[in-house]
Ligand binder design. Structure first.
Ligand SMILES: [Ca+2]
Ligand SMILES: [Ca+2]
Ligand SMILES: [Ca+2]
Length: 404
């Protein structure tokens, strides 16, 4: 049904079109005569990615007005169209063509200026050829085209970079340490308005940042100004206070005005491990004399050291002895004393409650035993505290004494 209707209607439409084309027809725009002219100017030099603005001028010497005026900008290399002012509207129809207009009526005496702005990534000579068209017959087509040449040089580039280090670890909750920000410029050109930004994770709080860096909360920003080509900075310290244990990954970024051919080194991530609050204790012991004569006294000196960083609390040092071989006559406990706290003996051992030891402090325990016959005497001291100890390898110490 529908196809039959279509078949019937098509011949009628064709007939109507033929009648229209064959009739005497007067166009809407009267094709008068108008000497349209155009001009173009712009910068004679520019760099890649720099904005280039062209001034497009147009007018007519008459006698009639120009109507439906369109200016076509044809470029010798690809451009990016950014916008127009005082005219237009314009649109980019291909990488090398920007079309402006139409201006419906341009009367003799009118001298409008249109402006368009582009950028280019291509160094070399950029030629913009502007051609005006109109509905009217033009007695002088030669002035309907104008062109402007701009020498485009490659913009400067600078390979800036940033790096980050930290003061030597380990790092503990409650103990400040420093991050160091480093930066530089591999060139080839100087970098201007270089800025480092570093958003430090909340696990560590920023305490202070050295100039030229400043901290706003945990965001560190460093306005570096100009970074000379082929230069490397000193480290800029940022003092932080860890507030929770775990892994902290922190990324610093750097930017500058110039295009950077190597973006990979414009950010730097540093991972640090924050330990729980800790006190690293160690114990050493010596025994004199060695060898000792059976029946004589053997004196052990046990030294407990807190290597920090926190004060150790509830420090307990224990010491146990035994016959590694021989000493059938047994081992007699003679005495124990300590520089702090109290020691108690029980069987073949003593336990000393040393209380607290501040960072860097030591406590000394003196133990006297008497092996009663020949053999080998083994004596082991150990230490522990309430705080986490990141290195337990040094928490015990053994001395073997020959009894002759
Ligand atoms: Ca003309
Ligand atoms: Ca770079
Ligand atoms: Ca230890």
């Amino acid at each position: 049904m529908f196809q039959r209707l279509l078949r019937r209607s098509v011949p009628k439409l064709v007939t109507a079109a033929l009648i229209f084309a064959g009739a005497s027809f007067t166009p809407v725009f009267a094709a008068g005569s108008s000497d349209l002219f155009v001009g173009v100017s712009g910068p004679s030099t520019a760099t890649t990615r720099q904005q280039i603005t062209y001034n497009l001028s147009l007018g007519t010497h008459g006698p009639d007005s120009s109507t439906n005026v369109i200016l076509t900008n044809t470029f010798s290399s690809p451009v990016t169209y950014l916008g127009y002012a005082s005219g237009g509207p314009c649109s980019q129809t291909s990488p090398t063509v920007i079309t402006c207009g139409p201006l419906m009526s341009l009367t003799p005496g009118m001298a409008p200026d249109w402006y368009i702005t582009v950028t280019t990534d291509s160094p070399g000579t950029l030629v913009n050829t502007v051609t005006g068209t109109q509905n009217e017959t033009d007695p002088n087509p030669a002035n309907n085209t104008a062109s402007w040449s701009t020498t485009v040089t490659q913009a400067t580039t600078a390979d800036i970079f940033v790096a980050k280090t930290a003061s030597p670890g380990p790092y503990y909750v409650g103990q400040t340490f420093k991050y160091y920000l480093w930066y530089g410029n591999n060139g080839p050109d100087d970098a201007t308005n270089a800025v480092i930004t570093d958003q430090i994770p909340a696990q560590v709080q920023v305490v202070t940042a050295e100039p030229p860096c400043t901290a706003s909360g945990n965001l560190v920003r460093c306005n570096l100004g100009t970074v000379w080509a082929r230069s490397v900075s000193d480290g800029i310290g940022v003092t932080v206070l860890p507030v929770s244990a775990g892994t902290v990954t922190n990324t610093a970024n750097i930017t500058a005005d110039q295009p950077d051919p190597n973006q990979a080194n414009n950010s730097y991530s540093l991972t640090t491990q924050i330990q729980p609050q800790a006190a690293e204790l160690s114990v050493t012991k010596t025994g004199t004399p060695n060898p000792v004569v059976a029946g004589q006294k053997e004196t052990y000196t046990i030294t407990v050291t807190n290597n920090g960083p926190l004060t150790a609390t509830g420090v307990i040092a224990q010491d146990a002895w035994s016959a590694a071989s021989g000493i059938k006559g047994g081992i007699a406990f003679k005495s124990v004393s300590t520089s702090q706290g109290t020691c108690t003996q029980s069987g073949a051992g003593v336990s000393c409650d040393l209380g607290s030891l501040s960072n860097g402090a030591t406590a000394t325990i003196t133990l006297v035993l008497q092996p009663r016959s020949k053999g080998s005497l083994k004596d082991t001291a150990s230490v522990r505290a309430n705080e986490y100890d990141p290195d337990v390898s040094n928490n015990s110490s053994t001395v073997v004494t020959t009894v002759g």
